[in-house]
Design a protein around this ligand. Structure first.
Ligand code: DP6
Length: 396
């Protein structure tokens, strides 16, 4: 049910009240329908300005999903809604230098440098991204671009950089479009950056703003869309305000199975429909949890989501396992520590062996001590990253 703004248990006494209320409900429904955007809303109107040459830079954060996106339909439409904390320290910085071509052809014309070195092997991914978004940014073939990118987190740390890198690139391209059409509103720019980032990598659409972002149509969330992420629109208890995420680097090697392949294996998966329904339900359950700051319920939903994600991998055909023995050792240690310490430390996983430890700021001292004493031993070269909830990308 969409949220119609009717309080629970509200009693109507008069016919007039009932009529007025019905009118109000209808108005709300129509307002909600009219704000549902489609692909066509992102095709630009003719540009009013020129941009011959210049530079644009953005730093975009990574994010960590609480309810996981796993499974998608054509055109990067998610099979279920997801929600994530935007991070703060794990970021990608991208600088785009553009020059308008005197003659432009059929190909995209760009160079790509990662951490100062030309990387030919990354170009096909960007080319695919450009061809997916050309309809929405029709100027792409009219420019030569030099794209320079770098990450704040260590190289090959096993942390997926696709969310932060696609978000940073999308933000740069939308900023260029803003120079061609200065009338674009800041709200629309954010929406379009998310829409485009999604076409690069699904989870990237949750990285163009902070701090709690939902992506995917969910019946209980006004304004939610399969096309872009939205800032979570309901009340969030201050306990989540400075939530910590310490990322334990368990395995820094490349993943054996890409997320894209993993998503694909949800087609014809024996448990896919139950899983997609469960994600919807978990989002519904999270609403009072966020509002009331119910950390016990939060821990249960978040850990269940992480384990379900990996259960989906283990029950695909072909099946695969991304967690490592040390991932399990860490999970068992967390459960024992939580029981003993009465803290609210919990874990989540993305599509790999690394473990994200989530906890409120007030428990930081105790948890960091526990990490140093008991968990560092399970990290590759003893490495971990201290991150926390973040408030969105930064223009450079
Ligand atoms: C497990 O966004 O990397 O991290 O859309 O194919 O690029 P593509 O997939 P991607 O998948 C992320 C999956 C996840 C869960 C999540 O972030 O919600």
């Amino acid at each position: 049910m969409p949220d119609l703004g009717l309080g629970p248990g509200r009693i109507l006494h008069h016919k007039d009240d009932a009529r007025a209320n019905k009118k109000c409900v209808l108005k709300t429904i129509f307002a909600q329908i009219s704000v549902q955007m489609t692909d066509n809303d992102f095709v630009p109107v003719p540009y009013t300005h020129q941009a011959m040459a210049g530079k644009i830079g953005w730093e975009a954060p990574s994010n960590i999903a609480l309810v996981k996106y796993w499974g998608k339909k054509a055109n990067q439409i998610p099979a279920n809604p997801s929600i994530s904390f935007t991070l703060s320290a794990s970021t990608t910085t991208t600088l785009v230098t553009y020059r308008k071509l005197e003659q432009f052809g059929e190909e995209f014309d760009f160079d790509f440098l990662f951490e100062g070195t030309a990387k030919e092997e990354f170009k096909p991914k960007i080319k695919t991204f450009f061809s997916r978004i050309e309809r929405f940014l029709p100027f792409l073939k009219q420019y030569h671009f030099t794209i320079e990118s770098s990450n704040s987190f260590p190289h090959s740390s096993g942390i997926a950089s696709s969310a932060s890198s696609m978000a940073a690139l999308a933000l740069c391209l939308v900023a260029l479009e803003k120079r061609l059409n200065p009338a674009m509103s800041p709200e629309f720019l954010t929406k379009k950056a998310s829409f485009l980032a999604r076409l690069g990598s699904g989870s990237a659409c949750r990285s163009v703003q902070g701090d709690l972002v939902q992506w995917g149509a969910h019946t209980g969330t006004v304004g939610s869309s399969d096309l872009y992420g939205i800032k979570y629109p309901y009340a969030v208890h201050p306990i989540f305000g400075n939530y910590q995420d310490t990322i334990l680097l368990v395995d820094r090697g490349p993943k054996q199975v890409s997320s894209t392949l993993g998503h694909d294996l949800m087609h014809g998966h024996p448990f896919s429909q139950q899983r997609f329904d469960q994600a919807q339900q978990n989002l519904t359950k999270l609403r009072p949890v966020f509002e009331e700051g119910d950390l016990d319920a939060f821990v249960e939903i978040v850990e269940s989501e992480a384990l379900t994600l990996h259960a989906m991998m283990m029950t695909s055909l072909p099946y695969f396992v991304l967690i490592k023995p040390n991932t399990l050792e860490i999970i068992n240690k967390i459960w024992a520590f939580r029981q003993k310490s009465k803290t609210h430390l919990c874990f989540t996983l993305d599509a790999g062996a690394n473990v994200h430890l989530l906890y409120p700021e007030g428990e930081k001292g105790e948890v960091l001590q526990f990490i140093k004493n008991e968990l560092v031993a399970y990290c590759e070269n003893g490495q971990y990253i201290c991150d926390k909830i973040g408030y969105g990308p930064k223009k450079m």
